[in-house]
Design a protein around this ligand. Structure first.
Ligand SMILES: Cc1ncc(COP(=O)(O)O)c(C=O)c1O
Length: 378
């Protein structure tokens, strides 16, 4: 029977949104071949979905991975990594400089018997002393959220291999346009695809890229836990991916111009952008990133949280909002937003201040953004 979507062999330019939850089997022989893993058929949405699968293949190619698993959010992806590779009694090393929701996940992991050591990304070169015989995983972000601290991926990878631990890198800030952690020795790459991969503030998704062996283990957990993305969001993500490279290029160019401008602004201090030669992470970033340094930066405004609030209130083009990697520029005070998950005393321990703002640069004309910042700082 001809495929009703492609009766003459023409293929749709856009992957169809397959909303079906289940599929009727062509025969018992097909059912057997699917369940025996001989063929890649579809049976039930929680297992797999053709629209989602297409996007997994696209992101795997972008990260130069053997395969990719897509979940309902970035945190679903991170949680799936923890739940798939850790057991009671294991020890893991997490960086304080990661997205705040990990603190909540860490509480659950501790309840299940996983021991956690939190380290500062600034001391990543000296973390071997925290590794024990039980250390099974090191999880980091580079550039990190929100201070854009840089961790040497190849260095950490060598350490992880020496101690048989998995290295997981969250590549959300860098994006695959600027950094390929797997090529630098990481075992798994995670993404909040809600951010630059989707790019339009209209979908929530997460991705995990790695080897076929890791894919199989993650697939098994996703199928069990039920965090498979819906087909409509996958279709939006596919659409976002089609313009990802051009958006990433523009975001990085805009961010470089803005960071340079901010360096000479009165009332602005501690500009953190890995593309600046003055940035403490620049040398490492130059070695492991390419084609620019992404669209994320952080800086301090004035000396108090009220200075930062007044500055944000005066912005006319840059939106006061959380999230990042979108077509529009977004700004927020991490102390009041993305770090709310942490106890207040932890929020300012590793360089973030109450008056630190995090800027996600969009694809607007850069002069418009610089002018907006100028009028708000005046
Ligand atoms: C670096 C990073 N990783 C993971 C996440 C979690 O992603 P999601 O909001 O899609 O669950 C975020 C969210 O902001 C993030 O910034």
């Amino acid at each position: 029977m001809p495929d009703p979507l492609t009766p003459y062999g023409n293929k749709p330019m856009v992957t169809p949104i397959v909303n079906a939850v289940n599929y009727h089997y062509a025969s018992f022989e097909v059912l057997r071949r699917i369940t025996d893993g001989e063929i890649d058929g579809y049976t039930y949405h929680r297992d797999d979905n053709p629209t989602v699968r297409q996007v997994e293949k696209m992101i795997a190619a972008m990260e130069k991975a053997q395969d990719c698993i897509i979940c309902t959010s970035g945190m679903a992806a991170c949680s799936l990594v923890y739940l798939s590779f850790l057991s009671a009694g294991d020890h893991i090393i997490l960086f304080h400089d990661i997205y705040g929701a990990h603190y909540k996940v860490a509480l659950a992991l501790e309840r299940f018997g996983v021991r956690i050591t939190w380290v500062n990304a600034d001391e990543s070169a000296a973390i071997e002393r925290y590794i024990t015989a039980d250390t099974k995983m090191i999880f980091c972000e580079t550039p990190s959220n929100p201070l854009c601290k840089i961790v040497d991926i190849a260095g950490l990878s060598a350490l992880c291999r020496k101690h048989s631990a998995l290295l997981v890198v969250d590549n959300t800030f860098a994006t695959p346009f600027h950094q390929h952690p797997l090529a630098l020795g990481a075992d798994l790459v995670v993404h909040s695809a809600t951010k630059a991969l989707g790019g339009h503030n209209d979908l929530m998704a997460g991705a995990i890229c790695g080897s076929k062996e890791h894919y199989d283990r993650l697939w098994f957990s996703r199928q069990a836990f039920g965090t498979t993305l819906d087909a409509y969001s996958a279709s939006l993500l596919e659409r976002g991916l089609k313009t990802f490279e051009i958006r990433a290029e523009k975001m990085a160019a805009n961010a470089a111009a803005i960071a340079t401008y901010l360096l000479q602004c009165k009332g602005v201090s501690n500009v953190r952008y890995p593309g600046l030669t003055s940035d403490p992470g620049h040398e490492t970033a130059r070695r492991q990133m390419f084609g620019g340094y992404g669209g994320m930066m952080a800086f301090d405004v004035g000396t108090t949280i009220d200075d930062a609030k007044r500055f944000i209130d005066r912005l006319k083009i840059i939106y006061h909002a959380v999230s990042l990697g979108a077509t529009e520029s977004l700004i927020c005070i991490p102390y009041l937003t993305t770090m709310l998950y942490m106890p207040p005393e932890c929020r300012t321990t590793f360089g973030v201040r109450e008056n630190t703002v995090r800027l996600s640069v969009g694809i607007e004309p850069s002069a418009k953004l610089v002018n907006d910042l100028r009028q708000a700082l005046e």
